[in-house]
Design a protein around this ligand. Structure first.
Ligand SMILES: [Zn+2]
Length: 125
């Protein structure tokens, strides 16, 4: 199937109905893209923001924080967990990966995420 070209079109936010100018191939895609870029607060926008946050903390962005990017499978898993938290399917999750602990949990407005180094040194003499 030939891939159609993206073009400028008007999408309607699925949550508030606002018209947003977006680049998309078809109307349904334009509406999702509009929801993502709309200035109202909605779940598609939140998921998109969380995806960017996960890429920042666990993808290539992690290097800026002196942490290793996690492998692709782990990043995909963290995305699934993040979506489940935004959907309120689960309340919180801690994932230990690449010597760090990724924590995502629900907050009053949506969710919060952190990544901490899991290495500790303990000595006794
Ligand atoms: Zn909206």
């Amino acid at each position: 199937m030939a891939k159609t070209e993206k073009k400028e079109m008007i999408g309607h936010c699925l949550y508030c109905g606002q018209e947003v100018m977006v680049e998309a191939e078809i109307d349904s895609e334009a509406d999702i893209e509009a929801s993502r870029n709309c200035n109202c607060d909605n779940i598609i926008k939140r998921k998109s923001q969380l995806k960017a946050l996960i890429e920042d903390q666990c993808g290539e962005g992690a290097l800026r924080y002196q942490m290793q990017p996690v492998n692709k499978e782990a990043e995909t898993l963290i995305q699934v967990v993040g979506d489940a938290i935004l959907d309120r399917t689960i309340e919180a999750a801690n994932i230990k990966v690449a010597d760090t602990i990724v924590s995502i949990s629900t907050s009053k407005s949506g969710c919060k995420m952190s990544r901490k180094r899991a290495i500790s040194i303990s000595s006794e003499i």
